[in-house]
Ligand binder design. Structure first.
Ligand code: GLP
Length: 255
């Protein structure tokens, strides 16, 4: 089922697998229509299935990453690419090692930089030099964060160093041996970068995200719920599973 609400396309699929498949199809379509697409990529458990489908499509000659350029949303501070918890490691494991992307076209913020301010500025400049991100893939945190833009975000910020919310640290602790190992800071693209991208594709699945998606779609735009700013982006597609979809249908039926 597909809905249009406040100009946002909302696609409801039954399961996580169906959501992942649909997201991969939309990304593959983008890359096929423009082989030099600039993709903004996300980490977290949500896009894993999407990347799996894209790898499958690549192996079946349905999609070609040769000329694709990527910019990842974020990276933990002080975790190098060899660290299994870093987002650079995640991207290699879940996508880059399995497709024909040109390594020179991959961009991930350098969390181990000596000069953080310069690294952030250079990241913004690199994106700017490519023009705009054609399609930005997003997950959403339980507190409504996108990238690592936590509540009380400055909507106008570009790439910057962020302090992670306690809720984010505990949500991400499942990837680490101990919660005390979770970095407390990261470098993240800002809301400005996300809002400047031509298309946004946000995925959300599972009951834990119902509240964040509800606030994102149906409550006021506020820095306390960073994803709510997407209400005013002019090309947003949101794909959700049935558990979140039921909440959306219920809400729309009452309007
Ligand atoms: C992480 C990432 C986000 C991601 C979010 C949700 O902290 N920085 O980009 O969207 O949290 O993660 P998950 O998909 O694992 O629920």
């Amino acid at each position: 089922m597909t809905y249009n609400y406040k100009g946002m396309n909302i696609i409801i699929r039954d399961t996580y697998e169906d959501v992942s498949k649909k997201a991969a199809q939309l990304i593959a379509a983008q890359v096929t229509l423009n082989t030099k697409s600039v993709l903004g990529l996300a980490t977290g458990s949500t896009p894993e299935g999407t990347y799996k489908n894209l790898i499958e499509m690549y192996k079946n000659d349905i999609v070609d990453f040769q000329d694709v350029v990527t910019f990842n949303l974020d990276e933990y501070l002080d975790l190098g690419a060899e660290n299994e918890q870093s987002y650079a490691y995640y991207m290699n494991k879940h996508l880059f090692d399995h497709v024909n992307i040109n390594r020179e076209n991959i961009h991930i913020p350098n969390g181990c930089t000596e000069d953080r301010e310069k690294t952030c500025e250079e990241y913004d400049n690199m994106i700017f030099n490519y023009g705009k991100i054609d399609l930005q893939l997003l997950g959403i945190g339980t507190n409504g964060h996108i990238g690592f833009n936590e509540p009380d975000v400055h909507f106008e910020a570009g790439t910057h160093v962020v302090e992670l919310d306690d809720e984010t640290i505990s949500a991400n602790a499942r990837f680490f041996d101990d919660i005390s190992d979770v970095p407390t800071k990261a470098i993240s693209m800002g809301i400005r970068n996300i809002m400047q991208s031509k298309k946004v594709l946000l995925l959300a699945t599972g009951a834990k995200k119902i509240d964040a998606v509800h606030k994102m779609l149906f409550e006021e735009i506020t820095p306390n719920l960073p994803a709510s700013i997407l209400q005013v982006h002019n090309d947003v597609t949101i794909i959700v599973d049935k558990v979140i979809g039921d909440m959306i249908i219920n809400k729309l039926d009452k309007k």
